[in-house]
Design a protein around this ligand. Sequence first.
Ligand SMILES: [Zn+2]
Length: 229
Amino acid sequence: MLRVVLLGPPGAGKGTQAKRLGEAFGAEHISSGEIFRANVQEGTELGRMAKTYMDVGDLVPDDVTTRMVVEALSRARGGYLLDGFPRTIPQAEALERELNDRGEPLSAVLAFVLDLEIAVKRIAGRRTCSACGRPDNVEFDPPKVPGRCDACGGTLEQRSDDEEGPVRRRLEVYRESTEPLLKFYSERGMLREIDADGSEDEVFERASAALADLRGGASSAEASRGARP
Ligand SMILES: [Zn+2]
């Protein structure tokens, strides 16, 4: 069973890949942001606890977030691809402790790797049609008429946080917070790096191969244990 954490900078296509990989491998794509919102909306015990901090503008403590995530993971009986968590070393340590206690450690951490300049180009190229909402990318899939939606002719607009300055700052924040995590998982021999420079299909092929390898490795190890007298 695949128990995998996904890491990757904005622009690496991690969300799209997570969805496709989850479908291909029968594993649940678990987004920590969605879990968080669901707990708060449904008013679960953890959600109410989180809300008391949010209401006064405080950060929700790591142990509350970790408990929400671990609860969601334990319900994913077919395995999972966890997206958006952990973001810090204390969260990674808490997750490791919880999963080890359950005897269900992570299979691996898949890190999508993308050159900073390519990530900037990809994100800064994003446009959305103001009329029909169709997404477009002037860098990778330029519209037939510049500035106009291919589907309806509407005006293509850029979100202000997709402009180059904000994008560079976002990528810098990602790099600073993620580098320690990459080191943490690399030291444990759990890190698998996926080259995210390529088409969506190419990156999907690379990530699929890594997951198939993980799953194959687990099942052959189980088979050889079973075969022992
Ligand atoms: Zn349109």
